[in-house]
Design a protein around this ligand. Structure first.
Ligand SMILES: [Zn+2]
Length: 273
């Protein structure tokens, strides 16, 4: 099955909000997945995680997590690097308790180093993070394809790194579109993207994807901000057709500022294809 996930607690969730209320609201809206946004920090309450897990299981809502933005696995300063690794491990271990399947992580900033050097640094940090795998046995570490050339994370880099560690990345075609100042916006290109994914990670891997999608504003320096689907140049209907034709399964998180409205637009349009 392909789930369309709202990126965080739906905007129409009644006060006081929160993840559990958000899950109930998502269910009422007819959604089957939600990404939990721990982008500022990772919560510490294990009771709260159990509550999220029970609610999501009861409502049959698939969960993914977005890890904190304050991560740089290419940091030169040992304290910054250690804090970055800890944030990723905390997100993975709390995701395990919450019953989420995959955690999306912005791996690194390039800081002027060569692509090979950054890859090597991220690779070593990943090895260290995965040494603690016993605290998140069922959760995937998904590095995200990033929207700016100053950030680590092209499609090929992430597929290569993921293959090395038996992981799968979080592919964000909107970021790829922005990073290349307008490419990756056609059925032909998305088919190439999935061909490459399959080539690295195997045919079965396309049954458990963790993807992001939205409209996006960009310049020659890459991503500026996410946009509603209908206010962007995203050929989102063509994108849905590729997902359908290739029988892609897993979770596509809709990162539009319109949140549940655009998530439902994707879900309903996909269902009609
Ligand atoms: Zn992200």
């Amino acid at each position: 099955m392909l789930h369309f996930a709202v990126a965080g607690v739906p905007l129409s969730t009644p006060a006081p909000g929160g993840t559990v209320e958000g899950l109930l609201r998502a269910k009422k809206l007819g959604l089957t997945a939600m990404e939990i946004e721990w982008v500022q920090n990772v919560p510490k309450s294990t009771e709260r995680m159990a509550e999220i897990r029970e609610t999501a299981e009861k409502l049959k809502i698939a969960l993914t997590v977005h890890a904190p933005y304050f991560v740089n696995l290419n940091a030169a300063d040992p304290a910054t690097l250690a804090a970055s690794k800890k944030r990723v491990i905390d997100a993975l271990s709390m995701a395990e308790l919450a019953g989420a399947r995959s955690v999306c992580v912005h791996a690194a900033f390039n800081l002027g180093l060569t692509a090979a050097k950054v890859y090597d640094n991220v690779r070593r940090a990943t090895e260290a993070i995965l040494k603690t795998k016993k605290v998140f046995p069922h959760v995937n570490l998904a590095y995200e394809t990033m929207g700016k050339p100053t950030q680590f994370g092209t499609l090929e880099e992430l597929l290569r790194l993921s293959k090395e560690f038996d992981l799968y990345p979080c592919i964000d075609p909107a970021h790829m579109h922005a990073r290349t100042n307008g490419a990756w916006n056609s059925a032909k290109e998305w088919n190439e993207m999935f061909d490459l994914y399959e080539q690295y990670l195997g045919k079965k891997s396309l049954k458990t994807v963790h993807m992001h999608y939205s409209g996006i504003a960009y310049t020659d320096k890459g991503e500026r901000k996410h946009l509603p689907l209908k206010e962007s140049d995203a050929k989102w209907k063509d994108f849905l057709k590729v997902l359908k034709n290739r029988k892609i399964e897993g979770v596509v998180v809709c990162e539009s500022p319109l949140m549940e409205d655009d998530t439902l637009l994707l879900q309903k349009t996909y269902a009609k294809l």
